[in-house]
Design a protein around this ligand. Structure first.
Ligand SMILES: [Ca+2]
Ligand SMILES: [Ca+2]
Ligand SMILES: [Ca+2]
Length: 169
């Protein structure tokens, strides 16, 4: 084989690999959108997540739908919303997904879709920290967790934070 043939094969290989990857959410969506109405209901999502070995408590499942259901909200996940969820899940280690989602929902106290310093302060105050200590600790947590420093801690950033070995910082 000439170098140009090899290059052609490699290009094709990468094209196929990325097509497969992109299509994973698509295949799962088509399979579990049982009534094919282009949106994933609570029940359909439960089955789809089982395919990813993830079983969530009903309360958490509803909170997740609420989080990924973007305006105009309809309590269903359309394809783009479902893809956003799958993309986040794929960025989190499989055995940590339920834990991370659980913490994320609990920490986003004002339910605006991300965790910020005010959310962290409220969480820390609720476990008994005084307001000064809560502020200091909230800022410390945010400085570690908020990787892109946009003052918003996303699901994926929280997953990274929870996986951080704090002794090594
Ligand atoms: Ca929706
Ligand atoms: Ca929030
Ligand atoms: Ca961020």
């Amino acid at each position: 084989m000439t170098w140009s043939t090899i290059l052609l094969h490699l290009t094709l290989f990468f094209a196929m690999a990325s097509a497969n990857k992109d299509d994973m959410a698509g295949a799962v969506f088509t399979k579990y959108d049982v009534n094919s109405d282009g949106k994933m209901s609570n029940t359909e999502l439960t089955e789809a997540l089982k395919e990813m070995d993830l079983t969530l408590k009903p309360g958490l499942l509803n909170a997740i739908i609420e989080h990924y259901d973007k305006p105009p909200k309809n309590r269903f996940l359309e394809f783009a919303e479902f893809t956003a969820l799958v993309t986040d899940l794929k960025a989190i280690k499989a055995d940590k997904r339920e834990e991370v989602l659980d913490y994320f929902i609990a920490f986003d106290t004002d339910k605006n879709g991300y965790i910020d310093i005010d959310d962290l302060k409220k969480v820390l105050a609720s476990v008994g920290l005084g307001s000064h200590d809560a502020s200091v600790l909230a800022a410390a947590v945010a400085s570690i967790a908020d990787i892109n420093a946009d003052d918003k801690i996303t699901v994926v950033e929280l997953a990274g934070y929870l996986a951080t070995d704090l002794d090594k910082l």
